[in-house]
Design a protein around this ligand. Structure first.
Ligand code: SAM
Ligand SMILES: O=c1cc(-c2ccc(O)cc2)oc2c(O)c(O)ccc12
Length: 371
């Protein structure tokens, strides 16, 4: 029998864990429904804990049965840590003998990331990654593992016959969500890097953000260091859809072919999209760009994850995020999150002599690579 040496309690816990992981998909999907209804916005803008009845009317839930359903959704979301739920005595109406108990919900740091118009919102990240086309890659993964889709490099291709980048550029709703998702992350992550680690940019006069999207990171760097000459290298369709950004030049090109000359290259959330072979090709072009500018002193600044290698003393939630991102890249882009050893191996293969890793961005790190 399975679990032969386990106690009764251990077996029950294991079975409960299987239930929880099986239903784990309900977490992102219930958060998605909450964002679609505007629940985090309503809770945050209320100016104090919001009652179920006020919440229901703010988000447009009117039928009594649906209000009761909303209460159950809020109870689950509060259990996940998204809101803080408590029970208060509602004021007794005229003629009522006793005040009814009513549930109220307060915001938490978790829900603050789901408010749509906040500068640090992760709502586009949630909506993009719960998009059905994207989730459906997983239904082709087993066939891909078994080699039944030899023409596909990874799950997304096996499921949809094209790459994530093709679907991003051709499905208008996905393109908008993808751009929003990248811009939201770039805005807060780069503001944090420039504020907490200004030394990374010390003595640099020019920087190229390779695969820099619509220029949000470059703008955040320009805001922090107004004298820096900032350029974005991007694919044609991305540049065509990006509004001009004051002080930032856009160059159309392919990072596998040529990277414009600059003191520094930024690669944020780019290398984890690619396998090692492609990563080395991109890094070689970046190394050439910074050595053309300065024989010594240039650098490549990478913002990506350095995966924990399983040793102790690490934050469990950050390691969980690293594993989730790693298998997400496996399924959707053919890329990977890398351990320190794996980073050093691809950097060395691309000709870099040393690197400095600063693990100070939650699950991500800043890697400064020197030619
Ligand atoms: C995951 S996004 C990261 C965007 C941005 N660096 C950020 O973190 O917000 C990867 C970017 O790489 C760009 N990209 C993909 N292939 C490229 C290529 N061959 N040359 C230049 N950019 C490319 C994509 O258009 C996309 O904007
Ligand atoms: O958070 C993401 C999401 C994507 C993504 C999701 C759905 C699509 O149809 C395309 C792309 O891609 C990402 C990515 O490439 C990255 O480097 C970081 C985050 C995400």
């Amino acid at each position: 029998m399975a679990g032969g040496g386990s106690t009764h309690k251990e077996l029950l816990t294991a079975q409960t864990r299987v239930w929880n992981y099986t239903f784990g998909y309900i977490r992102p999907l219930s958060l998605m429904v909450a964002v679609q209804l505007g629940i985090p916005d309503a809770v945050h803008s209320h100016g104090g804990p919001i009652s179920l009845s006020d919440l229901a009317s703010t988000v447009g839930v009117a039928e009594a049965g649906k209000v009761r359903a909303l209460r159950r959704l809020m109870r689950a979301l509060s259990h996940f840590g998204c809101f803080e739920r408590s029970v208060t005595k509602a004021a007794a109406g005229e003629g009522e003998r006793e005040a009814d108990e009513e549930e109220v919900y307060a915001p938490t740091p978790f829900s603050s990331y789901l408010v749509k118009d906040s500068p640090t919102t992760a709502a586009p990240f949630l909506l993009l990654n719960t998009y059905p086309l994207f989730v459906s890659s997983w239904y082709s993964m087993a066939a891909w593992f078994r080699g039944e889709r030899p023409e596909s490099a990874y799950g997304f291709e096996a499921a949809h016959g094209g790459t994530v980048w093709e679907s991003v550029s051709s499905v208008a709703e996905l393109k908008a969500l993808f751009n929003d998702c990248m811009a939201c992350d770039a805005r807060w992550a780069i503001a944090l890097v420039t504020k907490e680690h200004p030394e990374v940019f010390k003595e640099l006069t020019s920087l190229v953000d390779v695969g820099g999207g619509n220029g949000t990171s470059a703008k955040a760097i320009k805001d922090a260091f107004p004298d820096m000459r900032c350029t974005v290298l991007e694919l044609r369709h991305v540049i065509a859809a990006s509004p001009a950004v004051e002080g930032v030049d856009f160059v159309e090109g392919d990072m596998f072919e040529h990277v414009p000359t600059a003191d520094a290259v930024l690669l944020k959330w780019v290398l984890h999209d690619w396998n090692d072979e492609d990563g080395v090709r991109i890094l070689r072009r970046c190394r050439e760009a910074v050595t053309r500018a300065r024989e010594r002193g240039g650098k490549v600044i990478i913002v990506d994850m350095v995966m924990s290698d399983g040793d102790g003393g690490v934050d469990w939630e950050e390691v969980e995020a690293q594993h989730l991102f790693d298998v997400y890249m496996l399924a959707n882009t053919g890329g990977a999150e890398r351990t320190e050893k794996e980073w050093r191996r691809i950097l060395t293969a691309a000709g870099f002599s040393s690197c400095k890793i600063t693990p100070d961005l939650g699950p991500r790190s800043i890697i400064e690579a020197y030619p």
